[in-house]
Ligand binder design. Sequence first.
Ligand code: ADP
Ligand code: MG
Length: 211
Amino acid sequence: MTDLTDELDAGTVFRWLTAAAASVEREADVLTELDSAIGDADHGSNLHRGFSAVVTALGKESPGTPGAVLVLSGRQLVSSVGGASGPLYGTLLRRTGKALGEAERVTGGQLAEALRVGVDAVAQLGGAAREDKTMLDALYPAVEALAAAGPDPYGAARTAADDGAQATIPMLARKGRASYLGERSIGHKDPGAASSALLITALAEVVVADE
Ligand code: ADP
Ligand code: MG
């Protein structure tokens, strides 16, 4: 089983984001359905557009380090997605990538630390905290589970992200469009938390497949 001393290179991160793009495409209708309950029914199409741009850009430029793959991908998300999620996911990937620096290979431990920097940057950009019913409710538990470095850190991160997304159902939205609904936002899963769980699942699957 993969532990956090195992290294990732640009190819691993490329496969992670490509797998995330495939998963977003597969689940686009589900994400849009979630957004139709508490938003404006565009989360699936927003992310599908954004991650398609990521895959195209990575295919053209093939950056040589994990950090550069993430920074390029983040830029694509910012520039191709009109909704709130574009700048937020773009910031996550860009800031995670910057935190990794220029190393050709990074350990899982370094990725965990960098993701933490990226998630903090999302919180700062959006002014959101935990339990505001946003993507942060999947991302924070995921990076914490990864950093805890247990026997199956990537599997634990995936479970934590899924559980975190599920836990948004009873929450009252305090940020983003869903917050306009007040009490009526209760009882629905947050679309951004659901897509964040897809992103973390893609990481877990790719890292294990690379072993
Ligand atoms: P929009 O809300 O502009 O239509 P999307 O539908 O693509 O954008 O994305 C909505 C998701 O973005 C929400 O489900 C939530 O997870 C996330 N989100 C919105 N605002 C914030 C914020 N201020 N901080 C963190 N996440 C946010
Ligand atoms: Mg929306």
